[in-house]
Design a protein around this ligand. Structure first.
Ligand SMILES: O=C(O)CCC(=O)C(=O)O
Length: 347
Protein backbone atom coordinates (compact mmCIF):
# COMPACT_ATOMS: atom_id res chain seq x y z
CA UNK A 1 0.00 0.00 0.00
CA UNK A 2 1.45 3.41 -0.97
CA UNK A 3 1.91 6.08 1.73
CA UNK A 4 -0.43 9.07 2.12
CA UNK A 5 0.45 11.79 -0.39
CA UNK A 6 1.85 15.15 0.69
CA UNK A 7 0.89 16.83 -2.57
CA UNK A 8 -2.10 19.15 -2.68
CA UNK A 9 -3.45 17.87 -5.98
CA UNK A 10 -3.98 14.27 -6.99
CA UNK A 11 -2.96 14.91 -10.60
CA UNK A 12 0.53 15.90 -9.42
CA UNK A 13 0.80 12.84 -7.24
CA UNK A 14 -0.12 10.65 -10.22
CA UNK A 15 2.02 12.38 -12.85
CA UNK A 16 5.13 13.14 -10.81
CA UNK A 17 5.36 10.37 -8.26
CA UNK A 18 4.47 7.61 -10.77
CA UNK A 19 2.57 5.60 -8.18
CA UNK A 20 1.54 2.04 -8.96
CA UNK A 21 -0.74 1.61 -5.93
CA UNK A 22 -3.55 3.69 -4.53
CA UNK A 23 -2.43 5.56 -1.38
CA UNK A 24 -4.17 4.32 1.76
CA UNK A 25 -6.30 7.44 2.24
CA UNK A 26 -8.13 6.72 -1.05
CA UNK A 27 -9.03 3.11 -0.26
CA UNK A 28 -12.68 2.40 0.60
CA UNK A 29 -13.65 -0.29 3.08
CA UNK A 30 -14.49 -3.54 1.23
CA UNK A 31 -18.28 -3.12 1.64
CA UNK A 32 -18.18 0.34 0.02
CA UNK A 33 -16.12 -0.43 -3.08
CA UNK A 34 -17.54 0.06 -6.58
CA UNK A 35 -17.77 -3.65 -7.51
CA UNK A 36 -17.14 -2.80 -11.16
CA UNK A 37 -17.92 -6.29 -12.48
CA UNK A 38 -21.57 -5.99 -11.46
CA UNK A 39 -22.28 -2.75 -13.39
CA UNK A 40 -24.82 -3.01 -16.23
CA UNK A 41 -23.77 -1.76 -19.66
CA UNK A 42 -26.96 -2.84 -21.44
CA UNK A 43 -29.57 -0.42 -20.21
CA UNK A 44 -29.10 3.27 -20.43
CA UNK A 45 -31.02 6.44 -19.78
CA UNK A 46 -33.51 7.90 -22.33
CA UNK A 47 -32.09 9.98 -25.19
CA UNK A 48 -34.46 12.85 -25.97
CA UNK A 49 -34.34 14.90 -29.17
CA UNK A 50 -35.03 18.52 -28.24
CA UNK A 51 -35.62 19.58 -31.83
CA UNK A 52 -39.40 19.29 -31.41
CA UNK A 53 -39.46 21.25 -28.14
CA UNK A 54 -39.91 24.36 -30.26
CA UNK A 55 -42.50 23.03 -32.73
CA UNK A 56 -45.99 21.53 -32.82
CA UNK A 57 -44.79 18.33 -31.10
CA UNK A 58 -43.71 20.17 -27.94
CA UNK A 59 -46.27 18.26 -25.85
CA UNK A 60 -44.73 14.95 -26.85
CA UNK A 61 -41.21 16.08 -25.81
CA UNK A 62 -42.56 17.44 -22.51
CA UNK A 63 -44.18 14.04 -21.83
CA UNK A 64 -40.89 12.26 -22.50
CA UNK A 65 -38.99 14.65 -20.21
CA UNK A 66 -41.61 14.15 -17.49
CA UNK A 67 -41.43 10.36 -17.77
CA UNK A 68 -37.62 10.43 -17.72
CA UNK A 69 -37.63 12.62 -14.58
CA UNK A 70 -40.11 10.30 -12.86
CA UNK A 71 -38.66 6.93 -13.91
CA UNK A 72 -34.92 7.64 -14.18
CA UNK A 73 -34.12 11.09 -12.75
CA UNK A 74 -31.71 11.26 -15.73
CA UNK A 75 -31.88 11.70 -19.50
CA UNK A 76 -29.61 12.69 -22.40
CA UNK A 77 -30.44 15.36 -24.93
CA UNK A 78 -29.46 15.95 -28.54
CA UNK A 79 -30.29 18.92 -30.80
CA UNK A 80 -29.90 21.10 -27.72
CA UNK A 81 -28.77 24.26 -29.57
CA UNK A 82 -25.42 24.56 -27.78
CA UNK A 83 -22.98 24.91 -30.71
CA UNK A 84 -20.47 22.10 -31.23
CA UNK A 85 -17.63 24.64 -31.34
CA UNK A 86 -18.66 26.01 -27.92
CA UNK A 87 -18.59 22.49 -26.50
CA UNK A 88 -15.26 21.54 -28.03
CA UNK A 89 -13.63 24.82 -26.95
CA UNK A 90 -14.86 24.21 -23.41
CA UNK A 91 -13.49 20.68 -23.28
CA UNK A 92 -10.21 21.75 -24.85
CA UNK A 93 -9.66 24.64 -22.44
CA UNK A 94 -10.43 22.38 -19.46
CA UNK A 95 -7.80 19.94 -20.68
CA UNK A 96 -5.28 22.75 -21.18
CA UNK A 97 -5.97 24.05 -17.68
CA UNK A 98 -5.30 20.68 -16.05
CA UNK A 99 -2.11 20.35 -18.11
CA UNK A 100 -0.64 23.61 -16.82
CA UNK A 101 2.40 23.32 -14.54
CA UNK A 102 1.57 22.61 -10.91
CA UNK A 103 2.61 26.06 -9.64
CA UNK A 104 0.37 27.74 -12.21
CA UNK A 105 -2.70 25.66 -11.30
CA UNK A 106 -2.07 26.09 -7.58
CA UNK A 107 -2.72 29.84 -7.92
CA UNK A 108 -6.43 28.89 -7.85
CA UNK A 109 -6.11 26.34 -5.02
CA UNK A 110 -8.30 26.50 -1.92
CA UNK A 111 -9.87 23.95 0.42
CA UNK A 112 -12.57 26.42 1.53
CA UNK A 113 -15.94 25.31 0.05
CA UNK A 114 -17.41 28.80 0.52
CA UNK A 115 -15.04 30.28 -2.09
CA UNK A 116 -16.77 31.04 -5.38
CA UNK A 117 -13.75 30.09 -7.51
CA UNK A 118 -11.37 27.37 -6.41
CA UNK A 119 -9.27 24.47 -7.51
CA UNK A 120 -9.33 21.59 -5.09
CA UNK A 121 -9.23 17.84 -4.84
CA UNK A 122 -11.49 14.98 -3.78
CA UNK A 123 -14.78 16.54 -2.48
CA UNK A 124 -14.34 18.39 0.82
CA UNK A 125 -10.97 17.59 2.32
CA UNK A 126 -11.87 19.50 5.50
CA UNK A 127 -14.55 16.97 6.49
CA UNK A 128 -14.09 13.68 4.64
CA UNK A 129 -12.35 10.57 5.97
CA UNK A 130 -11.62 8.83 2.65
CA UNK A 131 -10.43 10.82 -0.36
CA UNK A 132 -11.80 10.60 -3.91
CA UNK A 133 -9.76 10.15 -7.07
CA UNK A 134 -10.55 13.59 -8.48
CA UNK A 135 -9.25 17.14 -8.80
CA UNK A 136 -11.74 19.85 -9.68
CA UNK A 137 -11.98 23.50 -10.52
CA UNK A 138 -15.25 24.90 -9.26
CA UNK A 139 -16.58 28.19 -10.65
CA UNK A 140 -19.63 30.26 -9.88
CA UNK A 141 -20.81 31.60 -13.21
CA UNK A 142 -24.09 33.50 -12.98
CA UNK A 143 -24.25 36.43 -13.21
CA UNK A 144 -20.98 36.09 -15.11
CA UNK A 145 -19.79 39.66 -14.48
CA UNK A 146 -19.82 38.99 -10.70
CA UNK A 147 -17.33 36.13 -11.01
CA UNK A 148 -15.38 36.18 -14.27
CA UNK A 149 -12.55 38.30 -12.82
CA UNK A 150 -11.88 35.50 -10.28
CA UNK A 151 -11.53 32.75 -12.89
CA UNK A 152 -8.07 31.57 -13.98
CA UNK A 153 -6.46 33.92 -16.49
CA UNK A 154 -4.26 31.12 -17.80
CA UNK A 155 -4.76 29.60 -20.42
CA UNK A 156 -5.23 33.00 -22.05
CA UNK A 157 -8.59 32.14 -23.66
CA UNK A 158 -9.97 30.41 -20.55
CA UNK A 159 -12.36 33.19 -19.53
CA UNK A 160 -13.71 33.76 -23.05
CA UNK A 161 -14.39 30.11 -23.82
CA UNK A 162 -15.85 29.33 -20.42
CA UNK A 163 -18.08 32.44 -20.48
CA UNK A 164 -19.41 31.53 -23.91
CA UNK A 165 -20.13 28.00 -22.74
CA UNK A 166 -21.87 29.22 -19.56
CA UNK A 167 -24.16 31.56 -21.48
CA UNK A 168 -25.13 28.90 -23.97
CA UNK A 169 -25.73 26.20 -21.38
CA UNK A 170 -27.79 28.62 -19.29
CA UNK A 171 -30.13 29.00 -22.28
CA UNK A 172 -30.54 25.22 -22.36
CA UNK A 173 -31.08 25.08 -18.60
CA UNK A 174 -33.92 27.62 -18.82
CA UNK A 175 -35.61 25.59 -21.59
CA UNK A 176 -35.36 22.39 -19.54
CA UNK A 177 -36.66 24.10 -16.41
CA UNK A 178 -39.72 25.32 -18.33
CA UNK A 179 -40.26 21.85 -19.72
CA UNK A 180 -40.04 20.29 -16.24
CA UNK A 181 -42.57 22.83 -14.90
CA UNK A 182 -44.98 22.01 -17.70
CA UNK A 183 -44.48 18.29 -17.27
CA UNK A 184 -45.59 18.65 -13.64
CA UNK A 185 -48.77 20.43 -14.76
CA UNK A 186 -47.47 23.76 -13.42
CA UNK A 187 -47.35 27.09 -15.20
CA UNK A 188 -44.30 26.93 -17.48
CA UNK A 189 -42.48 29.71 -15.60
CA UNK A 190 -43.39 28.39 -12.13
CA UNK A 191 -39.97 26.93 -11.29
CA UNK A 192 -38.13 29.82 -12.95
CA UNK A 193 -39.92 32.21 -10.57
CA UNK A 194 -38.99 30.13 -7.50
CA UNK A 195 -35.26 30.56 -8.10
CA UNK A 196 -34.85 34.15 -6.87
CA UNK A 197 -32.06 35.73 -8.89
CA UNK A 198 -30.94 32.28 -10.08
CA UNK A 199 -27.51 30.71 -9.66
CA UNK A 200 -25.20 28.72 -11.92
CA UNK A 201 -22.07 26.90 -10.83
CA UNK A 202 -19.85 24.55 -12.70
CA UNK A 203 -17.13 22.04 -11.99
CA UNK A 204 -14.31 21.00 -14.26
CA UNK A 205 -13.66 17.49 -12.98
CA UNK A 206 -10.34 15.86 -13.71
CA UNK A 207 -9.98 12.15 -12.93
CA UNK A 208 -6.40 10.92 -13.50
CA UNK A 209 -5.76 7.29 -14.45
CA UNK A 210 -5.88 5.15 -11.32
CA UNK A 211 -3.71 2.06 -10.71
CA UNK A 212 -6.45 0.26 -8.71
CA UNK A 213 -9.88 1.57 -9.79
CA UNK A 214 -11.76 -1.13 -7.89
CA UNK A 215 -10.60 0.30 -4.53
CA UNK A 216 -11.76 3.90 -4.88
CA UNK A 217 -14.12 6.37 -6.59
CA UNK A 218 -13.85 9.51 -8.65
CA UNK A 219 -16.98 10.45 -6.75
CA UNK A 220 -19.02 8.01 -4.64
CA UNK A 221 -22.81 7.71 -5.01
CA UNK A 222 -24.53 11.02 -4.31
CA UNK A 223 -27.48 13.11 -5.37
CA UNK A 224 -27.01 16.68 -6.59
CA UNK A 225 -28.19 19.39 -4.25
CA UNK A 226 -29.12 21.89 -6.98
CA UNK A 227 -32.12 22.10 -9.32
CA UNK A 228 -30.83 20.46 -12.50
CA UNK A 229 -27.38 19.41 -13.66
CA UNK A 230 -26.25 19.52 -17.28
CA UNK A 231 -23.22 17.29 -17.70
CA UNK A 232 -20.69 17.31 -20.51
CA UNK A 233 -18.30 14.36 -20.50
CA UNK A 234 -15.38 13.49 -22.75
CA UNK A 235 -15.15 10.15 -24.56
CA UNK A 236 -13.98 8.18 -21.52
CA UNK A 237 -16.74 6.30 -19.65
CA UNK A 238 -17.09 6.78 -15.88
CA UNK A 239 -20.59 8.00 -15.01
CA UNK A 240 -22.94 5.43 -13.48
CA UNK A 241 -26.54 5.90 -12.38
CA UNK A 242 -28.51 3.84 -9.87
CA UNK A 243 -31.58 2.28 -11.45
CA UNK A 244 -33.76 -0.29 -9.64
CA UNK A 245 -30.92 -1.06 -7.24
CA UNK A 246 -28.39 -1.66 -10.01
CA UNK A 247 -25.54 0.62 -11.18
CA UNK A 248 -25.93 1.41 -14.88
CA UNK A 249 -23.07 2.89 -16.96
CA UNK A 250 -23.92 5.99 -19.00
CA UNK A 251 -21.37 5.76 -21.76
CA UNK A 252 -20.52 8.91 -23.72
CA UNK A 253 -22.53 9.84 -26.83
CA UNK A 254 -20.89 12.66 -28.85
CA UNK A 255 -22.69 16.03 -28.84
CA UNK A 256 -25.21 15.13 -26.20
CA UNK A 257 -25.60 16.43 -22.68
CA UNK A 258 -26.68 14.34 -19.73
CA UNK A 259 -29.30 16.01 -17.61
CA UNK A 260 -30.29 14.99 -14.13
CA UNK A 261 -32.69 16.48 -11.69
CA UNK A 262 -31.33 17.53 -8.33
CA UNK A 263 -32.77 17.68 -4.82
CA UNK A 264 -34.56 21.02 -5.43
CA UNK A 265 -36.72 19.52 -8.22
CA UNK A 266 -37.54 16.61 -5.94
CA UNK A 267 -38.70 19.11 -3.29
CA UNK A 268 -40.68 21.34 -5.67
CA UNK A 269 -42.34 18.29 -7.25
CA UNK A 270 -43.23 17.00 -3.76
CA UNK A 271 -41.49 13.70 -4.51
CA UNK A 272 -43.14 13.07 -7.90
CA UNK A 273 -39.66 13.30 -9.42
CA UNK A 274 -36.65 11.77 -7.68
CA UNK A 275 -33.11 13.10 -7.44
CA UNK A 276 -31.19 9.92 -8.23
CA UNK A 277 -27.90 8.55 -6.93
CA UNK A 278 -25.02 8.61 -9.37
CA UNK A 279 -21.27 8.15 -9.08
CA UNK A 280 -18.08 8.51 -11.10
CA UNK A 281 -15.68 5.58 -11.32
CA UNK A 282 -12.12 5.70 -12.61
CA UNK A 283 -9.99 3.48 -14.81
CA UNK A 284 -6.36 2.36 -15.15
CA UNK A 285 -5.53 3.75 -18.56
CA UNK A 286 -7.03 7.09 -19.33
CA UNK A 287 -7.65 10.44 -17.67
CA UNK A 288 -11.29 11.57 -17.79
CA UNK A 289 -12.80 15.04 -17.81
CA UNK A 290 -16.42 15.81 -17.01
CA UNK A 291 -17.98 19.25 -16.75
CA UNK A 292 -21.24 19.49 -14.84
CA UNK A 293 -23.20 22.75 -14.82
CA UNK A 294 -25.25 23.01 -11.65
CA UNK A 295 -28.24 25.28 -12.20
CA UNK A 296 -29.68 26.40 -8.89
CA UNK A 297 -31.76 28.93 -6.96
CA UNK A 298 -29.94 31.96 -5.52
CA UNK A 299 -29.03 31.64 -1.83
CA UNK A 300 -31.97 33.71 -0.62
CA UNK A 301 -34.61 31.89 -2.70
CA UNK A 302 -37.21 30.05 -0.61
CA UNK A 303 -37.81 26.51 -1.86
CA UNK A 304 -40.65 24.16 -0.94
CA UNK A 305 -43.22 21.86 -2.57
CA UNK A 306 -45.36 23.63 -5.20
CA UNK A 307 -48.77 24.27 -3.55
CA UNK A 308 -50.56 22.76 -6.58
CA UNK A 309 -48.75 19.47 -5.94
CA UNK A 310 -49.75 19.29 -2.28
CA UNK A 311 -53.10 17.60 -1.66
CA UNK A 312 -54.90 15.83 1.20
CA UNK A 313 -53.68 12.54 -0.22
CA UNK A 314 -50.20 13.85 -0.90
CA UNK A 315 -49.30 16.25 1.91
CA UNK A 316 -46.10 18.30 1.76
CA UNK A 317 -43.11 15.99 2.17
CA UNK A 318 -40.66 18.87 2.81
CA UNK A 319 -40.67 22.08 4.80
CA UNK A 320 -39.71 25.38 3.21
CA UNK A 321 -36.07 26.47 3.45
CA UNK A 322 -33.71 28.88 1.77
CA UNK A 323 -31.33 27.42 -0.79
CA UNK A 324 -28.46 28.96 1.22
CA UNK A 325 -29.43 26.81 4.22
CA UNK A 326 -29.56 23.69 2.07
CA UNK A 327 -26.25 24.50 0.36
CA UNK A 328 -24.36 25.02 3.62
CA UNK A 329 -25.71 21.80 5.16
CA UNK A 330 -24.83 19.83 2.02
CA UNK A 331 -21.21 20.95 2.01
CA UNK A 332 -20.83 20.44 5.73
CA UNK A 333 -22.24 16.95 5.57
CA UNK A 334 -20.21 15.96 2.53
CA UNK A 335 -20.67 12.75 0.58
CA UNK A 336 -20.36 10.36 3.53
CA UNK A 337 -24.16 10.36 3.49
CA UNK A 338 -25.64 10.15 0.00
CA UNK A 339 -28.19 12.96 0.36
CA UNK A 340 -29.21 15.53 2.95
CA UNK A 341 -32.91 15.69 2.08
CA UNK A 342 -33.84 14.00 5.35
CA UNK A 343 -32.87 17.23 7.18
CA UNK A 344 -35.63 19.12 5.38
CA UNK A 345 -38.65 16.89 5.90
CA UNK A 346 -41.96 18.47 6.92
CA UNK A 347 -42.74 17.77 10.57
O1 LIG B 1 -17.99 12.85 -13.60
C1 LIG B 1 -19.16 12.55 -13.69
O2 LIG B 1 -19.61 11.93 -14.65
C2 LIG B 1 -20.14 12.90 -12.60
C3 LIG B 1 -19.79 14.18 -11.89
C4 LIG B 1 -20.69 14.47 -10.73
O3 LIG B 1 -21.56 13.72 -10.38
C5 LIG B 1 -20.49 15.71 -9.98
O4 LIG B 1 -19.55 16.48 -10.26
O5 LIG B 1 -21.31 15.95 -9.04
Amino acid sequence: MAAISKRLLLSDLVSSDKIDQVPSNYIRPISQRPNLQSVSHDLSIPLIDLHDLFGPDRGHVIDRIGRACRDYGFFQVKNHRVPESTISNMMQIAREFFNLPEEERLKSYSDDPSKTTRLSTSFNIRTEKVANWRDFLRLHCYPIHDYIHEWPANPASFRDHVAEYCRSVRGLALEIIEAISESLGLNKDYINRQLGNHGQHMALNYYPPCPQPDLTYGLPGHTDLNLITILLQDQVPGLQVLRNGEWVAVDPVPNTFIINIGDQVQVISNDRYKSVLHRAVVNCDRERISIPTFYCPSRDAVVGPAPELVTDDEPAVYREFTYGEYYDKFWKRGLAKESCMDMFLAT
